[in-house]
Design a protein. Structure first.
Length: 539
């Protein structure tokens, strides 16, 4: 027995299980009075057995059940629901005389109790709590990719046929026509929650009814939007809100699609549009216009590949770079080539480098290191990067003995000392300085230093910050920027974590020490006294 089944736009299913007809009808009537927004599709059952069958068929988000019923009672119904592994919220209806009996439901995870006769206030409070909890859980599911539509999106992108009829039906209902947007952050992604909060400010409370978010294990994020005329305007607004002057944000937008079976195709369209950023200053790139029909084809000739491999094997850096430069000169003469061809050239050269040093050598493995051509702004940047990689491989080949772990770690610490004010990561060192596997670099650094690289960099920054603050020529904000923190609040938190006090307190203590010393105390005495006051030594 159900009601409201034909109502469009319903989102939440609520199952009422009550054997007394008048009590059930009264409860349903009160629920409808509460549900002014039409959020509930109300399902009804006259006993526990019927209720469990309806539960398995409809999978409601909330069950309100009487505890005393013939056949299967409310407690047994709750137990059966939990045995299915479901986290559905269940509310028990009970009279005062049944309260001790109702307490047994605790072990099965009952969500709430309502005492008969149910008052309007008690029901309203119960439903309010349910809506708040559901909203929180749904928000977490959407962000973490655990809801049905996002699972289908992820499976489609990976070309996995793991979703069923329910997921596909839900996808079609919410997204009759849709587009995929691939979002790429040039210098590192913001916090996921911060990013989504900015988008919600633009779309409002309707965002999650019009969009989905997916975090891939790559350098970009995926958004799924309903296809609407205002999408271009909204995407430009999103880009404007999340972009920073020194950190560009790029978006690749697919064509409009109308079938859930086309998710992978749409994803490839968005990704390919995104890759064309190497040819343009534009940061919002559409699949329809991203690559012109006039784009030429170009493939690295076999003799070029052989010349490159020979030069790498013999450690001839100039020859290897010359081969790469000649290939990119030919690309330039051909005009704009297809993005798939440019990507193929890039990977062919990287593969030659990897094969030359031996895939089994994880110390210098390039596998998994590259984020593809997305990280480059032009074909010239790709050329220069490949020349650097080839040059490093040639230098390694010339050295009979590879660098020791100690020497590698020293290069990392030296780089941190020289570039502490920049956004330096192990990945950056792996790709642009040492040309090694980033996981391997992280491992040997932690093994030698006892801390990870990011912690070491943090300590270096704070030491330089202390020097600037002691000089008294920079404000806290200026100091934060000079040592690599764009977020002053974060700088203050890290400074306090490392020194035991805020930057302002640190300056005050230094000034007090200077006054007390009367100019007669040495720098060493000054530092020693400061350490005593803060009760924590530096680094």
């Amino acid at each position: 027995m159900t009601t409201g089944a034909d109502r469009e736009g319903t989102d939440l299913k609520l199952l009422v299980v009550e054997d007394e007809l008048y009590a059930r009808e009264a409860l349903v009537r009160k629920i409808r009075q509460y549900d002014t927004a039409g959020d509930f599709q109300i399902l009804e059952a006259s006993n526990g057995k019927e209720g469990f069958g309806l539960y398995r068929q409809e999978q409601p988000e909330l069950v309100i059940t009487d505890i005393r019923m013939p056949g299967m009672d409310g407690l047994e119904l709750l137990e059966n629901i939990r045995q299915l592994g479901q986290k559905t919220q269940v509310v028990i209806l009970s009279a005062y005389s049944e309260f001790a009996y109702a307490q047994k439901a605790i072990q099965y995870g009952v969500s709430d109790y309502l005492l008969k006769p149910v008052s309007d206030e008690a029901l309203e409070n119960c439903l309010d709590k349910f809506m708040q909890r559901h909203k929180k859980e749904r928000g977490e599911a959407l962000i973490t990719g655990k809801d049905m539509v996002t699972r289908l999106l992820a499976a489609g992108i990976r070309e996995e046929n793991t979703t069923g009829f329910v997921e596909r039906s839900m996808f079609r209902k919410i997204f009759p026509s849709w587009q995929i947007v691939a979002v790429y952050f040039e210098r590192g992604r913001p916090e996921k929650e911060e990013f989504l909060a900015e988008i919600e400010k633009i779309y409002g409370s309707s965002f999650w009814t019009r969009a989905r978010f997916l975090e891939l294990k790559t350098d970009f994020w995926i958004l799924l939007f309903t296809a609407e005329q205002e999408n271009v305007f909204l995407l430009r607004k999103i880009r404007s809100r999340i972009s920073r002057e020194e950190d560009k944000v790029y978006m690749g937008v697919s064509r409009i699609h109308r079938s859930e079976n086309e998710v992978h195709d749409a994803y490839q369209e968005a990704l390919n549009a995104l890759k064309t950023k190497v040819y343009t200053e534009e940061t919002l790139l559409f699949a329809e216009t991203a690559e012109p029909d006039t784009a030429a084809e170009y493939y690295l000739r076999a003799e070029k590949e052989e010349q490159l491999r020979s030069a790498l094997a013999k450690g001839r850096e100039k020859t290897a770079c010359s081969v790469i430069e000649e290939a990119f000169q030919e690309i330039k003469q051909a005009g704009r080539i297809k993005i798939s061809c440019l990507e193929q050239v890039y990977y062919h050269i990287l593969l030659s480098c990897q094969q030359e040093i031996g895939i089994e050598k994880e110390d210098y493995g390039l596998a998994g290191m590259s984020a593809g051509i997305l990280k480059f702004r032009s074909p010239e940047e790709i050329r220069d990067y490949l020349c650097r990689v080839a040059g490093e491989i040639c230098r390694l080949k010339r050295n009979e003995k590879e660098e020791s772990h100690t020497e590698i770690v020293k290069r990392m610490t030296d780089y941190a000392e020289q570039h502490y004010f920049e956004n330096v990561t192990v990945k950056d060192l792996a790709e642009h300085v040492l040309y090694m596997n980033p996981d391997y670099l992280s491992h040997i650094f932690a093994e030698k230093k006892g801390i990870n690289f990011s912690t070491y960099l943090q300590q270096v920054r704070i030491e330089h910050a202390k020097e600037l603050l002691e000089k008294g020529t920079c404000s806290v904000t200026e100091t934060a920027l000079l040592v690599g923190y764009n977020d002053v609040s974060r700088f203050i938190r890290v400074f306090k974590q490392e020194t035991g006090m805020t930057p302002k307190k640190y300056c005050s203590l230094k000034e007090e020490d200077g006054d007390e010393s009367g100019g007669k105390r040495s720098a060493g005495d000054d530092a020693e006294e400061l350490d005593k006051r803060k009760g924590k030594s530096a680094l």
